[in-house]
Write a protein that binds this ligand. Structure first.
Ligand code: ADP
Ligand code: MG
Ligand code: MG
Length: 249
């Protein structure tokens, strides 16, 4: 599914990713943990093709396609979805309009007609309900005036509508209360599929009690320094990251 080899990337001329390797098979959930400033968000941004990130070496393929050669929009059409740590507001564009345009762009890429509005509305209503947001959120501007938790739920809803093949969640759990955390976890678990993979960046072991990852990786100083099963998250919770940094040197 996704194969990242020796990835090096710079932000504003500062090397952040320094030889990152990661292979994710279809259906797998990989959690990425690690100290602040390690490069976790940079990894998501580089994969999603956001401006300001310069890849200086290495490769990343999604379903055997070189995604680094594509722009952000093309990567989204290839099935990559990045849920931001800080979701952006798009005032003046309703959630519904935004979703319709996004869903239809992906369909067009797959050679399909735009979705008919009746089926689309039905699907949107179902998904907004699944994330415990009131139906009125469909008509509101994208994230406009939403609380932190509402933005995260809304993003999860976008992800459900777009049915991506690779979902990257960057600290989607930070700042969420326990109910919202459950909504995110239930949403991800409902989307688990043999053809879909997840990268879940989190600071807290707690989320991984609800979303059981296949692998846990520690990203430190721009590289994966340790990988293990879900028990690694518990070990990190107990011991912190210091022991790994000394191990890696
Ligand atoms: P993490 O998500 O692991 O906490 P980040 O990927 O956000 O880490 O950041 C890694 C490093 O890159 C940090 O030192 C951060 O200050 C720097 N960085 C990230 N984005 C930018 C940017 N737009 N401009 C300058 N420095 C950045
Ligand atoms: Mg951080
Ligand atoms: Mg981050």
């Amino acid at each position: 599914m996704i194969s990242i080899k020796n990835l090096h990337a710079k932000v504003e001329d500062k090397p952040i990713l320094k030889g990152l390797n990661l292979d994710i098979k279809p259906g797998e959930i990989h959690a990425i943990m690690g100290p602040n400033g390690a490069g976790k968000s940079t990894l998501g941004n580089v994969l999603a093709g956001r401006d300001g990130y310069e890849v200086t070496a290495g490769s990343a393929t999604l379903n055997s396609k070189d995604i680094l050669a594509l722009n952000a929009e093309e990567r989204a059409r290839e099935g990559l979805f990045l849920a931001f740590q800080y979701p952006v507001e798009i005032p003046g564009v309703s959630n519904l309009e935004f979703l319709k345009a996004s869903v239809d762009a992906i369909r067009a890429h797959q050679g399909k007609e735009p979705m008919d509005s009746v089926s689309f509305l039905k699907m949107a209503r179902e998904k907004i309900k699944a994330v415990n947001l009131d139906q009125s959120f469909l008509k509101r501007g994208v994230n406009e005036g939403f609380s932190g938790g509402e933005k995260k739920r809304n993003e999860l809803m976008q992800m459900m509508m777009l049915e991506p093949s690779l979902c990257i969640l960057d600290e989607t759990d930070s700042g969420l209360d326990i109910d919202a955390l459950q909504v995110v976890a239930n949403g991800v678990n409902a989307m688990r599929d043999p053809n879909r993979s997840f990268i879940i960046v989190t600071h807290y072991q707690r989320l991984l009690d609800y979303i059981i990852p296949d692998y846990v990786h520690v990203l430190a100083d721009g590289k994966i320094v340790k990988s293990g099963g879900k028990e690694l998250a518990l070990e990190l919770e107990e011991k912190g990251y210091g022991w790994l940094e000394s191990e890696a040197q």
